[in-house]
Design a protein. Structure first.
Length: 277
C-alpha cells in the first residue's frame, strides 16, 4: 500500500466521522422511532382481560337485556380494568441517562403524572424523551401525549376557524352592501320630487365602497383571539405532566407491606380471634 492509498483511506475515515457527527440526533429527539413503532395503546395481559370479563358479568347480573345498556356496561367494565392496569405502573421504573444526569421515572395514575428522581433539575425538553422511552418499554403508549401531533391538530383547527371567520366577514360585507344598494335605489327613485334626496343617495352610494364596519371587525378579531386562547389552554391541559420526587437518595426499591391487606388476622380483635378458635 503506497502513501496515496493510505492518505485516501484516512480522508475517507475523516469524512465518515464528520458525517456521523452531523447526523447525530439531539437528545430531545430520542426515542421517537421507538415510540412510533409501539403497536398498541396498552398491552393488556390475559389476566387483565379476564378481570374485565368478570367485572362485566358482575355488572350484568341484575340488568335487563338492552343493547344500549349492554354497551354501557362493557365500557364500565373496560374502564374498571384499565384503571387497575394503570395503577401498576407506579411500581415500574426505568433509568435513563440525560445530558444533565440520570433520571429514574415511573407513572402515577392517581396523580396522572410521570414521577421521577434526579439529583439535578431536569428541564421539560429532556423529560419528554424519558417518558417516550418509558411508555415504549412498558407498552403503555396511551399514557404519553404526542405534543407534536397535538400542535399540528391545533394549528389545523386554528386555520380552519380563521378561514370560517374570513368567509363570515365576506358574507357580512356582502349583506351590508346589498342593503345599502337597495336603500340607494329607493332614494334615487324620489329624486324627481326632492333634490336633497339625490344628495343623500350619492352619499349612500359612496358609502358602499366602505369595508366591513369597525364593530364587525372587532367582533371577528375577538373571536380569533378567543380561539387562540382556547388552543393554548387546551395544550396546557393535555400536555404531559412531570413531578420531581427528590434526589436518588430519596428513592427506595423496597416497598412497605400493607399487613391489613396481606394478613387479615392482623386486623382481628381479641374477641374475634377467640371466636375463630
Amino acid at each position: 500500500m503506497n502513501k496515496e492509498d493510505t492518505k485516501r483511506i484516512e480522508n475517507n475515515n475523516d469524512q465518515s466521522q464528520n458525517n456521523k457527527e452531523k447526523v447525530e440526533e439531539k437528545y430531545e429527539d430520542k426515542y421517537w422511532d421507538k415510540y412510533r413503532n409501539c403497536p398498541n395503546e396498552y398491552a393488556f395481559t390475559e389476566q387483565d382481560l379476564q378481570l374485565e370479563e368478570d367485572k362485566y358479568i358482575e355488572l350484568n347480573q341484575d340488568e335487563e337485556k338492552d343493547k344500549e345498556k349492554d354497551e354501557e356496561l362493557k365500557l364500565q367494565a373496560y374502564e374498571y380494568m384499565k384503571n387497575k392496569f394503570l395503577l401498576k405502573f407506579k411500581n415500574s421504573f426505568i433509568l435513563e441517562n440525560t445530558p444533565l444526569g440520570n433520571v429514574n421515572m415511573c407513572y402515577n395514575h392517581e396523580k396522572e403524572s410521570f414521577e421521577y428522581y434526579s439529583d439535578k433539575s431536569i428541564p421539560y425538553r429532556y423529560l419528554e424523551p424519558v417518558a417516550r422511552k418509558y411508555v415504549s418499554t412498558f407498552h403503555c403508549k396511551g399514557l404519553y401525549t404526542n405534543m407534536e401531533e397535538e400542535l399540528k391538530e391545533a394549528k389545523k383547527r386554528k386555520e380552519q376557524e380563521e378561514q370560517r371567520l374570513k368567509e363570515q366577514a365576506e358574507k357580512t360585507k356582502d349583506e351590508i352592501k346589498k342593503t345599502k344598494d337597495i336603500f340607494a335605489r329607493l332614494k334615487s327613485y324620489n329624486t324627481t320630487t326632492n333634490t336633497n334626496t339625490n344628495t343623500n343617495t350619492n352619499t349612500n352610494t359612496n358609502s358602499n365602497k366602505k369595508s366591513v364596519p369597525n364593530h364587525v371587525k372587532a367582533q371577528l378579531l375577538s373571536k380569533i383571539q378567543s380561539n387562540n386562547n382556547n388552543n393554548s389552554q387546551l395544550l396546557k391541559e393535555i400536555s404531559n405532566r412531570y413531578t420531581h420526587q427528590g434526589k436518588f437518595s430519596n428513592f427506595s426499591m423496597l416497598k412497605g407491606i400493607d399487613r391489613k391487606t396481606n394478613n387479615k388476622n392482623y386486623v382481628l380483635t381479641y374477641s374475634e380471634f377467640r371466636k375463630k378458635k
